[in-house]
Design a protein around this ligand. Structure first.
Ligand SMILES: [Zn+2]
Length: 144
């Protein structure tokens, strides 16, 4: 969401910024990031750190909403588009995995799963650094 917000702020042209914000999701998914097993909420919910990270995610999203909602809807749309592809993971967990069923596969889910080659707990450090850097950049753009 921060990357999508930043893209919307920096690019300033919605027709270019919004697709770039959506594409940023997959680029960031391809970088090392926090997680336990690619796309598996079943595994993630076994670890306390996942709950702590999720709490920070919620706080971060709320801060982001408060920050960007007062600016303009394009920034908010960029944030939503950047996060939207991950809506499939909770859906797959709550409707299938949680009940012991295999979720349906598609070319999209296989692609989304495959690009997340490095989802590991230690990558939380990379995410935290990225979060701080983007939050500072967004703050600088908004203040200017
Ligand atoms: Zn994703």
């Amino acid at each position: 969401m921060l990357a999508g917000s930043f893209i919307a702020i920096a690019v300033k042209q919605p027709l270019l910024a919004l697709p770039l914000a959506a594409a940023s999701h997959f680029i960031l998914d391809a970088l090392p990031h926090f997680g336990y097993r690619r796309g598996s909420y079943t595994e993630m919910f076994k670890h306390r750190l996942a709950y702590v990270v999720s709490a920070f995610d919620v706080i971060g999203v709320l801060l982001l909403c408060l920050t960007v909602l007062s600016q303009n809807w394009i920034i908010f749309a960029g944030a939503l588009l950047a996060a939207l592809p991950d809506i499939s993971w909770p859906y797959r967990y709550y409707y299938y995995e949680r009940h012991g069923h295999l979720p349906p596969e598609s070319a999209y889910t296989r692609f989304h799963y495959k690009i997340q080659w490095c989802e590991r707990p230690w990558a939380l450090i990379i995410e935290a650094l990225f979060f701080v850097a983007l939050f500072m950049l967004i703050g600088r753009y908004i203040a200017a």
